[in-house]
Every structure is written in structure tokens, then in C-alpha cells.
Design a protein around this ligand. Structure first.
Ligand code: NAD
Length: 353
């Protein structure tokens, strides 16, 4: 039976294709700006310089200092550079770290944002900003955080290393997984998420064979857009909470952390809502959603245990304590004992279910 739903109809403009970075100037002007600051990580500074050159007189310079988990001290430095540059908007070229910095600047200055994503992390379509200070990550949502325009350019993802291609796709799949049981889900988002699972399942093995396969890259970037849209439309729960606990408090790499936790958080909630997670079991096989994702992760060489990324067994108690500190919506009730068990399985890398 069709459930009742609300479809909020959000307003981010999306340009998708190959060679679309060339449309950045037109998109900035469309928003009414004549000076923009280009943002990137140090690693992608050369691409940022190329973009700034193509923007000509629109470019007010580059800030190439974005780092993972949006530390507040970096944001303060970037806000100073933004104000000094005379820009009224930012163009964020990169993965979630660069998008996060652009959002943090926008929140503090009212700047408009054009985002050009180069990973599958999916920050671009959301009104969510996670920031770190004093060893803890806090997350907030606000309409002022949501980017105005997103330009997906398949060509920019050709250089994404295979390892990050895989873990970033798993990161995106995690948005779809939690969207399937989100209390505010709607049928359009569920459709997009189903399509994204199929596109990643088919596209990622092709990209392991040939990272420059443009058709598979387009499929994967389309899937990333679907998952990012899901993240921007509906509430997330236990999985994202745990990923933030590890990223914010133990400084683990974002995409790998999502990739490792995903089979375990899926299996945990599958015990409560198997019918809502059936699209995952349908997409990946394996007899269960949690088991199916674990099998897929193993087949594409995704990291399988928290141990493998340097987490000590003793850290699991601290992570559990932080994860259960505040209440949040989750289809299965959360208690310290069951979360500690979930984390133990994820630390060891045991196949769930
Ligand atoms: P990232 O942005 O840190 O990128 C990882 C590294 O890969 C960087 O050095 C980057 O420069 C490089 N890189 C990116 N794209 C590349 C490409 N195409 N070719 C070569 N190198 C490339 O990592 P990420 O996983 O994309 O993002 C993680 C961050 O995003 C975290 O801080 C996370 O909290 C945040 N995030 C936020 C949201 C949200 O809605 N607020 C959603 C998802 C992720």
C-alpha cells in the first residue's frame, strides 16, 4: 500500500555531464556574482588553478587549504581569505572536505556556493555541515548551508584513485541504506536509491578494471547524485552517527569508516525492518542486506574491519559511549550493549548475518 509522504521539492540547481566544468562561469553569473573564491584541498590545487584561470576576471583567487572533517581553525583562516578577496561566492572543487569548507564559509558570510564534486561522498546536495573542534564533530542543518548550484563533471572523476572510488561509493550507498528506513522518506527518494544501488553494483567492478571507463564513471557519478539527494532530503540515523563518532573523535578517514561500518549497521537495523531494507538484499544478493553488502564490499576490495584502519579494541568502549550519549531516530532501539557488539563485529571484520 502507498504510504503517506511529503516531497519537499528542494531547490539546488544541478548540471550533469562531461566537460561541464566549463559552465562554471555561466553558473556563477546566473547567481548574480562577479567575484568568486575557488576552494580546494592542497592535493587538488592544480585543478583549482585551472578552474580559476578559466573563470578569468570572475576569479578573486584560490584557497587550497581544505582538510577532512572541516576543522574550525581552517574555516576561520578561509573566512579571512574570503573577506580579503572581495568575493561574494565560493566555487568548491573537490570531495566532501572542500564542499564542507565552502558550506562553513557560506554559513558565516552568506556566500552563495557553486559546488563541483569530484568524489561520491555526497555533501553537495545537503543542508548538513559537520565541523570539528576540540576532538569532537558536531553536525547542524540549515537552509543557509545548502549549495545553490552543483556541477557534476564526469571528466573530473577519471582521476579518482581506485581505492577512493570504492570506499566513496560505499559512503554513498550508506546514504541510500539509511534513506530506505528514514521516517521522512518518500517514493521518489526510494526510487533514486534503488537506481543508485544498481548503478554502483554494475559500475564499480568496471572501474576497478579500468578507472578511465567514462560510461562507468558517469554511472557512478549519477548514483552519487541520487544518494546525495537522499542525504539532503531525509534524516539519517545510527550508521551516520557511528561514522561521525569515529571521524570526529578518532580522526578516521571518512570514506573508509563508512565503508567498514556499512554491512554492520545495515545488519543491525535489518533485524528490525527487513522489509524496508529488501532493496539492498535484492541488489546485492547474499541472502540478507547486511550479508549482501559485506559480500559486495569484499568483492570490490573495500576495507572490511576497523582493526585494518588502526582502531584499537580499547577505542570501542569510548566510541560506544559517545554514540549512545544523545537520542536520535533509529528503526531499532539503541543501547550500549548492542552497539558495543556491533562495533566488535566491525572491528574484527566478521561477515554479518
Ligand atoms: P575528501 O574530500 O577529503 O577527498 C579525499 C582526497 O581525495 C583529498 O585529498 C582530495 O583532494 C582527493 N580527491 C578528491 N577527488 C579527487 C579526484 N577526482 N581525483 C584525485 N583526487 C581526488 O574526501 P571525501 O570522502 O570526498 O569527503 C569527506 C568529507 O566530507 C568528510 O569531512 C565528511 O564529513 C564530509 N561529508 C559531508 C557530508 C554532508 O552532507 N555534510 C556528506 C558527505 C561527506
Amino acid at each position: 500500500m502507498m504510504e503517506n509522504f511529503v516531497f519537499p521539492g528542494l531547490t539546488t540547481r544541478v548540471v550533469f555531464g562531461s566537460g561541464t566544468m566549463a559552465r562554471a562561469e555561466e553558473e556563477v553569473r546566473r547567481l548574480g556574482h562577479d567575484k568568486v573564491l575557488v576552494l580546494s584541498t592542497p592535493h587538488q590545487k592544480a585543478d583549482a588553478e585551472k578552474l580559476a584561470t578559466s573563470l578569468g576576471s570572475l576569479s578573486a583567487g584560490i584557497f587550497a587549504g581544505a582538510v577532512m572533517h572541516t576543522p574550525v581553525n581552517v574555516t576561520e583562516e578561509a573566512v579571512e581569505a574570503f573577506r580579503a578577496s572581495g568575493a561574494s561566492a565560493v566555487v568548491s572543487l573537490g570531495g566532501g572536505s572542500t564542499t564542507g569548507l565552502g558550506k562553513a564559509i557560506a554559513l558565516r558570510t552568506g556566500a552563495d556556493q557553486v559546488v563541483i564534486p569530484t568524489t561520491y561522498a555526497g555533501s553537495e546536495m545537503t543542508d548538513i555541515l559537520g565541523e570539528t573542534a576540540g576532538g569532537e564533530k558536531t553536525t547542524r542543518r540549515s537552509p543557509d548551508i545548502r549549495p545553490e548550484t552543483v556541477i557534476y563533471d564526469v571528466d573530473l572523476t577519471l582521476s579518482l584513485p581506485v581505492g577512493l572510488t570504492v570506499t566513496s561509493a560505499m559512503n554513498a550507498i550508506a546514504h541510500a541504506m539509511e534513506a530506505f528506513y528514514a521516517p521522512d522518506r518518500n517514493p521518489v527518494i526510494v526510487l533514486m536509491c534503488r537506481d543508485a544501488l544498481a548503478a554502483f553494483r554494475d559500475g564499480i567492478p568496471k572501474l576497478i578494471e579500468d578507472p578511465h571507463d567514462r560510461t562507468a564513471r558517469a554511472e557512478a557519478l549519477y548514483a552519487a547524485w541520487c544518494c546525495s539527494t537522499a542525504l539532503g532530503y531525509v534524516q539519517m540515523a545510527l550508521h551516520h552517527k557511528l561514522a561521525h563518532v569515529f571521524g570526529g573523535s578518532l580522526d578516521t578517514p571518512h570514506a573508509e569508516t563508512h565503508a567498514i561500518l556499512l554491512p554492520y549497521t545495515t545488519a543491525f537495523n535489518e533485524a528490525a525492518v527487513p522489509e524496508l531494507l529488501a532493496p539492498i538484499a535484492d541488489a546485492f544478493g547474499g541472502g540478507s542486506a547486511g550479508g549482501g553488502i559485506w559480500d559486495f564490499a569484499r568483492s570490490v576490495g573495500s576495507p572490511l574491519s576497523l582493526k585494518a584502519i588502526g582502531i584499537e579494541e580499547a577505542d570501542l568502549d569510548r566510541a560506544t559511549a559517545i554514540a549512545v550519549r544523545n537520542a536520535y531516530a533509529n528503526p531499532r532501539p539503541i543501547d550500549p550493549g548492542s552497539i558495543r557488539e556491533l562495533l566488535q563485529a566491525a572491528w574484527e571484520g566478521r561477515r554479518p548475518g
